[in-house]
Design a protein. Sequence first.
Length: 746
Amino acid sequence: MMNELKLDELLNKINPSLLTYQEWINVGMALKHEGYTANIWESWSATDDRHKKGECYQKWSGFGRDNGNIVTGGTVFQYALDQGWQPEVHGGRELAFDDTISDELIVVNPHWLEAQEVEEPDTWDPVKQITTYLSLLFNSDENVGYVTDTYLDKEKGRYLPKKGSYDRTAGELIDLLGKCKGDITNVFGSIKDEAGAWIRFNPLDGQGIKDSNVTDYRFALVESDSVEIEKQNAILRELELPIACLVHSGNKSLHAIVHIDANNFDEYRKRVDYLYQVCEKNGLVIDKQNRNPSRLSRMPGVMRKENKQYIIDSNIGKKSWTEWEDWIEGVNDDLPEPEGLVEVWDNLPELAPELISGVLRQGHKLLLAGPSKAGKSFALIELCIAIAEGKNWFRNDWNCTKGKVLYVNLELDRASCLHRFKDVYKGLGLQPNNIKNIDIWNLRGKSMPMDKLAPKLIRRSLKKGYIAVVIDPIYKVITGDENSASDMAIFTNQFDKVCNELGTAVIICHHHSKGYQGSKRSMDRASGSGVFARDPDALLDLAELELTETARAKLIDDERTKYAIELLQREKPDYFKSKVVAKDMDSWMSMEYHLKKNYGQYEMADIRERIKDMDYIVDGRSYWRVEGTLREFKTFHPINICFDYPIHVEDEKGYLEDLMVEADKQPWQKAMETRKTPEKRKEERVNELEIAFTNLEMNSDDPITKRDLAEEMGVTVRTVERRIKEHEGFKISGKPGEEGEIQRND
């Protein structure tokens, strides 16, 4: 139930005549869902001229039968916001779905607004009224559209305009009006007093009355009939709108014909949207059906029932659209005043608490940059989990404050994203004890520029208590040219809005630029303008490491060692506890000794087959160095990690410490390093022989023959003979080509 919103009172803030049919139906469905009566809906709807008595009661019984089509009281709340209602919540205003999150564009203070009376002209001169209107808006050779012919819409109970005329110029009409002897019907035809008359405020081509027939996008119509006439008049003037002509409609609204001066239809639409946004922010609930440049407005100099349609004023406010727009943009200065350091020296404000220890504070911004294959999305998912569970991220001392986090997924489909979270939880070995702290906003296929996304993100997050918002990846929401410093400054400001409005940290992900990166600092590797790297409070950059044979051998040995330890712990726990000492757990050779003590020849053969997989495991990972630039903390020593799908693991044993970043080498250097020198090739052959002989020696007490060694190495007997000559540490009994035993030289 949403009775705490008092929907019956909220309806007083909504003008039903400004709603579409479906929106009107939604109001009824919401009222029924929230436990209100049909009588409330009927009474409110009766204020709309379109309403048919008793219609609400007829539709009421059908609401709620389709369980898949539920409309709640939140819909009524949103309609009220759309029409300008501004509730006070915790010292601020509840945000509408598409609100811009700022106080910009607000000129009128409703608490100090004084209504301004609208006075009828002292003398009624219809010819002067319409002649003045035509002179203000049109050139003499421009075609004018107007309507005096009407028809009665019995369902709505009012007169509506027909197509009207559009083939006369303003000059012709003014000339005819000068000769009509005060009777404008001699020019425009008969006019029903019950209906009044209409005129189009932009010139036409004389061929029709559609938007495509407009020849100059000169003016737009601002109309609001949900505010008292006197307040409309005051707001329009206080806004300094560049109004060419202000007309009383003869009913409950003023028609302001406002300079737009657009060069084309696209620019017209954008300017009208901006105009309406300003008006609504300042208390005018605009009739948005008046957006079109070919729209009709009320013709001055005509009676409408017992009321007059007349010009109130002309050429008021700013002189042009450009002047007005510049004034609006500059009128709000919400910047803080400078403060003296002496005033706060002994009472400094507290620093924001840390979100990631030694890296990022709450309410600040972090950028994770890196090339493809780095697993950046997985790293951010790991970070979300670390925050949700209060665990460390990337390294043991980067502990995260426990709290709620929102992951904005712009790239993965929903199922893939959810599976990734579960896979990462499993990879980290964590129980999902606090998954309630993780929310995921899946926006694949629905992404939009950040300036549009930010207010929607803030509206959805205001009361959720997030301490971090992760946006992955940002190329999906970039506004403007990523290589333009000015465009990217505007773009990154959107993250500041999210931080400031929600008090949350914003964590984003971006890719490296293409091409050679060797001469660049880590902070300059992110694609696009340098604004990306210099804007965040913390930049973490992932650079790929080139795995040397030495490091690879160490990693393979480490994997074999871990396998042996796990095997003995699982299958021979008593032996492991009593016979295996700490120093033995540092190498495969030591652990292999213990395996032989516990497993027979055939079991050992199977174990050796399994440890061959360790080569594939090591080669299947990628290896990275995390470097950083921090604004709030001292720079950390680079972290070496491997991406072992689906998680990143810190190199705590230092195997990667001496490796070079791939990007630090020129392409020619990489090519040279792939060419093995004769000495290097000889060294590899000698090592291969040494390893094969040692394996045979440890597995059998029988003499080792050339054939045994050939089978172990997967080569011919002749090759074994050549390798032994190169090694110089072995001798062979027997003649070349014979079986002969192999022994080490003393």
